[in-house]
Design a protein around this ligand. Structure first.
Ligand code: MTE
Ligand code: HPA
Ligand code: MOS
Length: 749
């Protein structure tokens, strides 16, 4: 089945936040933000801005009717700055005017006086000064301290990895309108409608029931709208509460890039030890997470770094520690992979470092240490259904790995100005929110009396195709034409207390809740049919909109059965709930079984480096991916392709740059380069791994949203491999992204 949004998207008819028709009298908000990264606000003079015709009001922390606080995990983030600012781009006020243009003009008339304080942008410096967002955490298995004496080889080093701008096509925004009795309705471009509702209720001093959040779809989120859609929605809501007029706040691209957090940059130290036969015996790492100026989702992101610190390898003795370091940057946040990629990058760095020193091939080192069934993860979960070795062989045979290696070696021998490089990047990604209580979802299903169906779930469509999957599930459960099923917007009044659309688990959680709701309705309808045909409910079947009794067509249609049941006063609405079984995690012991299952895969990347210019092109990425039993291969392939290229961009060209004053230099699309059609590998092959899948995944179709991003890490190592082929004295750079400048440095130093 095609993605149900394809046609609307390519014809421009799909509705995004800013396409919602504006009500007459709508006002527009523009955010006034801090021009300094750290300091004390001595005064702000709004008088000139307020006299500009068309400016209606400027809202500050003094106008907040409830708590001036939006921190979701830790209450450390004001909606509007009070007397201190902690990052450039921190919101101080909302200018509300008759047009966005007027509000933007007014912004330039505001005068602010700030006494600057010391600015920290480097996480290692923050850690050394004790500037932590919350206490560090350590995951430990075995005894690495004791294991070093058994190691024949030990290597230590540092690895740094940059942040990443989400660059969703649709910027952050919200449109709020007053309803009767002080109620407020907010359309928000958010991955977490309940998160917005909860925070808005707190700031506006209202019950959550007074605030309705509605989401049609997002023009991309990628984690950037899991937590950070909230402030703009609340600002719009606050303006509505005070002015009783509809208010829209949509960030311009540059405001969005400046004010919002990104993927967390990390610095890390590692130490890895091997036995004589190259088995990893011990691994220690210290991660310095650059959290920015407030917690946001950093605690959860940091946790996932620790969960994925050993990637796809079994290590018997592990000790990994992470610090969440407070810096004067916008609070960094969720981004596809959620801290996992940063953890995986470091052990991959350590393995290349070791392979180089031990003079063995990286491939054989990786292969030798792959995780197997029954191995324990450092967090206590026992690995089951591990597909890594099978996937590794599949890559070797399906893509003729040895031949490709020989071809690359031959090319490198014959060319002095161009070199090719190869890498293999395995992935193991845990599926479930790492915070166990978040692994629940609900769905509301209406069967209308004409046989058509309406579905609401907690899932937010953001391009990943979750609505198509929900529609498929309902159509399959009722055995009706998908045309009969409509996906409603995600709305807190229909489905409450939702987890954000995140952690790649949305289709699993909401899909299983939907199955539960549909199943209850199917049982009720079968009972009606059984009464009518005087048989047992177990003898009734639905097939292609017809009712079968004991395998024979009864000549009653789905529509007729629904109509009959309605007249019999059968309830045709159902609410389904699902909570992932088995999973648990004990934070005191840092042990448990946090994930419903893992997704596995392996990517083979080939690059050609131009050794005169330092540029590179990706010849191919060929990968074998564990979809389980994909319920929609075209949607899932889209996720693999998009995730891979997004990961490659992070590792190669996307370079976020702040100056020492905490000012974002890469603040527009002319200074921040993301992959385009020319950066996509010339050949991209995605082979589904042959496997039965797991019952924990919806219809055995494994989560696919985040895992493929981590294939992109292979791009870094393919480049490194090519550089090393040119320069035998090449010194490891260990600092992503591998930009053209760094390639040149590597080639000629
Ligand atoms: N794909 C598109 N097109 N747009 C997005 O914003 N977000 C990613 C991924 N794929 C995203 C996407 C992220 S960060 C996550 S967690 C998952 O989709 C969330 O959706 P899922 O749980 O349905 O996979
Ligand atoms: N992924 C995404 N979002 C989250 C997670 C997670 O594992 N845990 C809490 N929020
Ligand atoms: Mo995705 S980073 O869990 O929104």
């Amino acid at each position: 089945m095609k993605n149900i949004d394809s046609k609307g998207h390519v014809t421009g008819k799909s509705i995004y936040l800013d396409d919602i028709p504006t009500l007459s009298g709508t006002l527009f908000g523009v955010v006034f933000d801090s021009p300094k990264a750290h300091g004390h606000i001595n005064s702000v003079d709004y008088s000139k801005a307020l006299t500009l015709p068309g400016v209606v009001r400027i809202l500050t922390h003094e106008d907040v009717t409830g708590e001036n606080q939006i921190g979701g995990i830790i209450p450390d983030e004001p909606l509007f700055a009070t007397d201190e600012v902690h990052f450039q781009g921190q919101p101080i006020a909302l200018i509300v005017a008759k047009s966005e243009h007027i509000a933007s003009k007014a912004r330039k008339l505001i005068e602010i006086d700030i006494t600057e304080k010391e600015i920290i942008v480097d996480p290692r410096i923050a850690q050394a000064k004790g500037e932590l967002i919350f206490p560090p955490r350590t995951f430990k298995m075995g005894d690495s301290q004791d294991a070093w004496k058994d190691c024949k080889y030990i290597f230590e080093g540092k690895a740094d990895v940059n942040g990443q701008e989400h660059l969703y096509i649709e910027t952050q925004g919200a449109y709020a309108q007053p309803m009767e009795n002080g109620n407020i309705r907010i359309s928000s471009s958010t991955q977490g409608p309940t998160a917005v509702q909860r925070a808005a209720a707190k700031v506006l001093n209202l019950g959550m029931n007074k605030i309705e959040i509605d989401v049609v779809r997002l023009g991309g989120g990628f984690g950037g709208k899991e937590d950070q859609a909230t402030p703009w929605a609340i600002m719009a809501g606050l303006a509505v509460q005070i002015l009783q007029k509809p208010v829209k706040v949509v960030l311009s691209r540059m405001d969005d890039m400046r004010m919002t957090g990104k993927r967390h940059p990390y610095a890390a130290d590692y130490k890895i030890g091997f036995s004589e036969d190259h088995k990893i015996l011990a691994y220690e790492a210290t991660f310095f997470q650059n959290a920015g100026a407030a917690a946001d989702l950093s605690p959860a992101v940091m946790e996932r770094t620790l969960f994925h610190a050993t990637n796809s390898y079994f290590v018997p003795n592990v000790e990994v520690t992470a610090y969440s370091c407070k810096t004067n940057l916008p609070p960094n946040t969720a981004f596809r992979g959620f801290g996992g990629p940063q953890g995986m990058f470091v052990i991959e760095i350590a393995l290349r470092h070791a392979a180089k020193e031990m003079k063995v091939s990286t491939f054989s080192l990786q292969k030798k240490n792959l995780l197997k069934d029954g191995d324990e993860f450092p967090y206590g979960q026992i690995a089951g259904g591990v597909e890594l070795e099978k996937i590794w062989s599949a890559v070797e045979t399906k893509f003729s790995l040895e031949e490709q290696e020989a071809r690359v070696a031959k090319f490198n021998k014959e060319h002095s100005d161009k070199k090719k490089g190869l890498s293999l990047m395995p992935i193991t990604f845990g599926i479930s929110f790492t915070k166990t209580p978040m692994n629940q979802a609900r769905a509301l299903v209406h069967i209308y009396s004409d046989g058509s169906v309406g579905i609401s779930t907690g899932a937010v469509e953001m391009g990943q195709g979750v609505n198509t999957k929900m529609l498929q599930i309902a159509a399959q459960m009722f055995s009706i034409d998908p045309q009969k099923v409509k996906l409603e917007s995600t709305n807190t009044t229909r489905v409450s207390n939702t987890s954000p659309t995140a952690a790649s688990a949305t289709a699993d959680l909401n899909g299983k809740a939907l199955q539960n709701a549909c199943q209850a309705l199917v049982m009720r309808l079968k009972k009606s049919a059984a009464n009518h045909f005087k048989c047992g409910a177990g003898q009734v079947e639905f097939k292609d909109e017809a009712i079968y009794i004991l395998g024979k067509d009864s000549h009653m249609t789905w529509n007729q059965l629904v109509d009959m049941a309605f007249l019999e006063r059968v309830c045709l609405t159902e609410n389904g709930h699902y909570a992932t079984p088995i999973i648990n995690f004990d934070k005191d012991k840092e042990k448990g079984h946090p994930f419903a299952y893992h997704v596995y895969g392996l990517a083979l990347t080939e690059v050609t480096v131009d050794c005169i210019r330092g540029t590179y092109e990706f010849d191919s990425v060929k990968l074998v991916h564990d979809f389980g039993q994909s319920m929609n291969m075209s949607v899932d392939l889209g996720q693999i392709e998009g995730g891979l290229v997004q990961g490659m961009g992070w590792m190669t060209m996307e370079e976020i740059s702040y100056d020492d004053n905490g000012r974002l230099r890469s603040n527009s699309l002319s200074t921040y380069k993301v992959p385009d059609i020319y950066s996509v590998p010339k050949e991209l092959i995605v082979e589904p791994h042959d496997t039965v899948g797991t019952e924990m995944a919806i219809l055995k179709s494994k989560a696919v949203g985040e895992p493929p991003l981590m294939y992109g890490i292979g791009a870094y190592f393919a480049i490194e491999n090519a550089v090393a082929a040119f320069n035998p004295n090449y010194k490891l750079i260990q600092n992503a992204p591998f930009t053209h400048e760094k390639v040149l440095t590597g080639l000629y130093s």
